[in-house]
Design a protein around this ligand. Structure first.
Ligand code: NAP
Ligand code: 2V4
Length: 253
C-alpha cells in the first residue's frame, strides 16, 4: 500500500521534466494519475506506460493552457478519464506544474510574450483551482510549482519571476479559503533542475548551474517529486499556505 492508494491526482505538464517525475512518484504511491500535456502526446503515453509498468494507474489528458477554453478542455478530459476508471470525477490532488520558461534581456520583452507567460504560469493555475473547487474532495491537496526565482534575482528572468510571484499568491489566499474543508494549498519552489532539456547537456552551463546549489549539483526532478509526494500525503495534513524551498540550498546566500 502506497501513501496515496485510493487517491486521484492531476499533474499538469507531466509529459516531461519535473511534472513527469511527479506523475511517476504519485503513481508509485498508489494514486490514479491524470498525465496532462499540450503537445507531447507520445511522451505523455510513455509516462502512462511508466506508471503502469510500476504497477500504478494513469491516463493522459490533452489541453493547451493559456488559450480560450483551456480549463474546459482540461476538466472535460479529466472527468472522462476519472469517471471511466472510478465512476466519479472527484479529485484528491491537484499539482499545477505546467509552466513556460524563457530567458532574455528585460529590454527585449514584448507585451505578447508577457501576456503569454502570465496566462500559462499564473492565470491558468488560478482558473484550474477555481474549477477544481467543485470536485476536490475534502482533505484534498493543491500544490503549485513555483521557482526559487521569486527569492533570488536574475534580470533575464524578470517576467518569469513575476508570473511565479503571482502563482504563489494562490497558496496564501486559497489555504485560508479551503481550510474549513481540510484542503491544503502549498507552493514548492525548485531551483535549477535538470528537466532533460538541451541546456543541461552543455557542460559549461551545467557546471555553472551546479554551483548555485549548496550540494554542487543541478536539481534532480525526482528529488522535487519526493517533496510534492510528501505534501500530497496525510503526513503533511498540518502544512498549508507554505512556501517549500526545494532548491537544494540555492537560496542560502
Ligand atoms: P519542461 O520540461 O519544459 O516541461 C513543461 C511541461 O509543461 C510539459 O509537460 C509541457 O507539455 C507543459 N506545458 C508547457 N506549456 C504548456 C501549455 N501552454 N499548456 C499545457 N501544457 C504546457 O518544464 P520543467 O523544467 O519540468 O518545469 C516544470 C515546472 O517547474 C514549471 O512550472 C517550471 O516553471 C518549474 N521550475 C522549473 C525549473 C527548472 O530548472 N527546470 C526550476 C524551477 C521551477 P508538452 O511538452 O506536452 O507541450
Ligand atoms: O537557473 C535557474 C532556473 C532555470 C534554469 O536553470 C534554466 C531553465 C531550466 O531553462 C529555466 C529555469 C527555471 C527556474 O525556475 C530556475 C530557477 O528556479 C533558479 C535558477 C537559478 C537559481 C535559482 C533558481 O531558483
Amino acid at each position: 500500500m502506497g501513501r496515496l492508494t485510493g487517491k486521484t491526482a492531476l499533474v499538469t505538464g507531466s509529459s516531461r521534466g519535473i511534472g513527469r517525475a511527479i506523475a511517476e512518484k504519485l503513481g508509485r504511491e498508489g494514486a490514479l494519475v491524470a498525465v496532462h500535456y499540450a503537445n507531447g502526446a507520445n511522451s505523455a503515453e510513455e509516462v502512462v506506460a511508466a506508471v503502469e509498468g510500476d504497477g500504478g494507474r494513469a491516463f493522459a489528458v490533452r489541453a493547451e493552457l493559456g488559450v480560450p477554453g483551456d480549463v474546459d478542455t482540461l476538466f472535460e478530459g479529466l472527468a472522462a478519464g476519472l469517471e471511466e476508471r472510478t465512476g466519479s470525477a472527484d479529485l484528491d490532488i491537484l499539482v499545477n506544474n505546467a509552466g513556460l520558461m524563457a530567458m532574455g534581456a528585460p529590454e527585449e520583452v514584448t507585451p505578447d510574450m508577457f501576456d503569454r507567460m502570465m496566462a500559462v504560469n499564473a492565470k491558468a493555475p488560478f482558473f484550474i483551482v477555481q474549477r477544481a473547487l467543485a470536485t476536490l474532495r475534502d482533505g484534498g491537496r493543491v500544490i503549485n510549482i513555483s521557482s526559487g526565482l521569486t527569492r533570488v534575482a536574475n534580470p533575464d528572468q524578470v517576467t518569469y519571476g513575476m508570473t511565479k510571484g503571482a502563482l504563489e499568491q494562490i497558496a496564501l489566499h486559497f489555504s485560508r479559503h479551503l481550510g474549513p474543508r481540510r484542503i491544503t494549498v502549498n507552493t514548492v519552489a525548485p531551483g535549477s533542475t535538470d528537466n532533460g532539456g538541451e541546456l543541461f547537456k552543455i557542460p559549461e552551463v551545467r557546471e555553472a548551474l551546479s554551483k548555485l546549489s549548496t550540494f554542487g549539483e543541478v536539481g534532480d526532478p525526482a528529488a522535487v517529486a519526493d517533496v510534492v509526494a510528501f505534501l500530497a500525503s496525510d503526513d503533511a495534513r498540518w502544512v498549508t499556505g507554505a512556501f517549500i524551498d526545494a532548491t537544494g540550498g540555492t537560496l542560502l546566500g
